[in-house]
Design a protein around this ligand. Structure first.
Ligand code: ATP
Length: 365
């Protein structure tokens, strides 16, 4: 466990599209929540626009600064039409490179319903959806990115990779998290649901069996299984059953967008990519080029990701100032939404990004 520091360095990559506006919103809330001097943000270049100008999506100076920092805060990266010759998007490459080089193996996606009517699901009360998706972030089907084969214009393959080490560490991460939480809203049971397709592919059956082995060390946590197709139904029909869900990379990617939709959309869904030594925090959404520059984006996902970052640093350094800062930001978001005066557009309100940010800042008091 590291010692508390007088100041924590935050490497900040605003990126493209709505990235700069939501990132600045988060920085202003975090600075206010923590007071002067505790956080030092370093603004760093990177993203699709930077690639267009320089040919580099992640400059080495940005990467090195990310390695030196206590955490990384990111807006979003990606611009329509900015692709590599193989057709894949340049923007995604920014955090993919950071993900692999910093070994950010756990993608943590909290799914929480703040106000019942934000959910498209019928008769859902605030707090009745409250679970976390743990997406394995470094292997699975996406491990093949850049390594797939297109043969003679006739067939294409990408390979799904599951390793014992990768599965053990993500399963352990999920069970450790379940231990710290207070269980599923429905029954208060601490539960890890393993999401896979073990009935069809050997690789997923192996993923499940390794999760089972890890579970032997956690007799206090219930283990549950769901095939990925079935879980899309359960996440809609009985979302209160879930506490922690652990999934292979691509499945986790897909179900976390569905989870976000059940609590109001991508604009309120935070995300963290965490490894043993580094952590990167950004909203679950992309650069949303359709609304960039219009001051209509919701900053809440990035603000909540920032709170997550404070808590992560606070736990690593046993620093109560950071833990208190995280709690203040989360309470301020909750209060802002409960007041119903400044609700972002994607949640049915009319408030701009600037207005929502100001309301959250005001509620920090
Ligand atoms: P990526 O491929 O990078 O994940 P994407 O194209 O799948 O990105 P987003 O950029 O997240 O998706 O946008 C999907 C939709 O959600 C868009 O219509 C966008 O306007 C909306 N959206 C995303 N983020 C926000 C936000 N913070 N506030 C409001 N709407 C948002």
């Amino acid at each position: 466990m590291a010692q508390p520091k007088p100041t924590y360095e935050i490497a900040t990559i605003e990126g493209d599209g709505i990235g700069p506006e939501v990132c600045r919103a988060s920085v202003s809330v975090l600075e206010r929540a923590c007071g002067t001097g505790l956080l030092a943000f370093q603004d760093l270049p990177g993203g699709a626009d930077h690639y267009v100008r320089t040919g580099d999506v992640l400059p080495d100076e940005t990467y090195q600064a990310c390695r030196r920092a206590d955490a990384i805060l990111h807006g979003a990266a990606g611009m329509p039409g900015v692709t590599y010759p193989d057709g894949t998007e340049v923007g995604n490459d920014l955090h993919l490179r950071l993900r692999f080089r910093l070994d950010l193996y756990a993608n943590v996606r909290p799914i929480r319903l703040y106000q019942g009517d934000f959910s498209p699901l019928k008769s859902r009360e605030a707090g009745s959806i409250d679970y976390v998706i743990i997406r394995e972030n470094t292997e699975g089907l996406y491990a093949s990115r850049g390594g797939g084969v297109v043969l003679r214009g006739e067939l294409a393959t990408d390979t799904l990779v599951i390793t014992r080490r990768g599965t053990e560490r993500i399963a352990r991460f999920a069970f450790d998290l379940a231990r710290k939480r207070s269980g599923a809203p429905r029954d208060g049971r601490k539960r890890v649901t393993v999401c896979d397709k073990a009935n069809i592919l050997r690789s997923y059956a192996f993923f499940r069996s390794v999760c089972d082995e890890v579970h032997a060390d956690y007799p206090d946590i219930e283990i549950d299984y769901a095939y990925v197709d079935a879980i899309t139904v359960h996440m809609v029909k009985r979302p209160d059953f879930y506490d922690v869900i652990v999934a292979e990379n691509m499945f986790g990617d897909i179900i976390s967008d569905l989870g976000a939709a059940t609590v109001g959309g991508l604009g309120i869904a935070p995300s963290a990519e965490i490894g043993d030594d580094f952590g990167l925090f950004q909203g679950a959404h992309g650069s949303a080029p359709d609304i960039a520059g219009t001051d209509t984006a919701s900053p809440l996902a990035t603000i909540l990701s920032g709170a997550f970052m404070l808590r992560w640093i606070g736990e690593r350094h046993e620093d109560p100032r950071m833990l208190e800062g995280a709690a203040r930001v989360e309470r301020a978001v909750e209060t802002t939404l409960a007041q119903r005066k400044f609700i972002p557009r994607d949640l049915g309100g009319t408030a701009s990004c600037t207005e929502v940010t100001r309301a959250v800042c005001d509620n920090l008091k």
